[in-house]
Design a protein around this ligand. Structure first.
Ligand SMILES: C[S@@+](CC[C@H](N)C(=O)[O-])C[C@H]1O[C@@H](n2cnc3c(N)ncnc32)[C@H](O)[C@@H]1O
Length: 217
């Protein structure tokens, strides 16, 4: 078992985060005790961030103490691992607009005090303007206008020099286009809005027709 970055461990092709809440699973994942630390296995078929890391993402800006604005928290699978990584000194603002899945994030917050669930539409930043500036904006909303929503949120909430990670689902943006063309077009939109592209990682074989774009404000 090797630590590969802040709070993230790797053993052959398996990823783990250091469990913030000892003995607690979030989605049935395996728990592994190593000396006085407990690790939670991080499934790359359930989390695009894990897939990007396993596929060689050249930087992981999410660290202990990071403040993260997370758009599209769903039931909280990836947010729970980010909560492990940022630890008690960090915070993950989890935005989600579907009430049914949002309930799981509220459950998660009962143990994980660094998770702040917010039931809101990420297209309406004016409704959560009270959120502080963040080090990271993480986006996984599978919407046709995902990049535009990301840019609007980053302009409002991302610190200068902060990083934004966008999980792009090619088919949600344009089902008729070659995924590579879609990634290129989204990249250009970000560059035209003054974001520096740091990396683009294809998420196959874990997620078909998906890429993670990492950019900097
Ligand atoms: C692919 S799932 C996210 C999975 C999650 N990020 C994970 O890795 O565990 C996309 C989620 O984004 C939410 N979503 C889509 N558009 C949204 C919007 N405009 N505002 C808030 N949430 C949105 C959906 O309801 C859905 O739960």
């Amino acid at each position: 078992m090797k630590q590969i970055s802040s709070g993230i461990f790797k053993d052959e092709n398996r990823l783990y985060t250091k469990n913030l809440i000892l003995g607690k699973r979030v989605y049935g994942e395996k728990l592994v005790d190593v000396k006085d630390t407990q690790l939670r296995e991080w499934d790359p078929t359930r989390s695009k961030l894990a897939a990007a890391i396993l596929n060689g993402m050249n930087i992981n800006p999410i660290k202990e103490g990071s403040k993260v604005l997370y758009l599209g928290a769903s039931t909280g699978t990836t947010p729970s691992h980010i909560s492990d990584i940022v630890g008690p000194k960090g915070i993950v603002y989890c935005l989600e607009f579907a009430e049914r899945v949002f309930r799981s994030v509220v459950e998660l917050q009962k143990d994980r005090k660094n998770i702040a669930p917010i039931l809101v539409d990420a297209r309406k930043p004016e409704e959560y303007s009270w959120i502080e500036e963040c080090d990271i904006v993480y986006v996984d909303i599978a919407q046709p206008d995902e990049t535009e929503i990301s840019i609007r949120n980053a302009k409002e909430f991302l610190k200068f020099n902060g990083y934004m990670l966008i999980a792009i689902k090619s088919r949600s943006i344009d089902v008729t286009k070659d995924p590579k063309q879609v990634y290129k077009e989204e990249k250009i939109k970000l560059q035209e809005s003054d974001f520096e592209i740091v990396d683009i990682i294809n998420l196959e074989p874990y997620e078909k027709d998906h890429a993670m774009i990492v950019c900097k404000k």
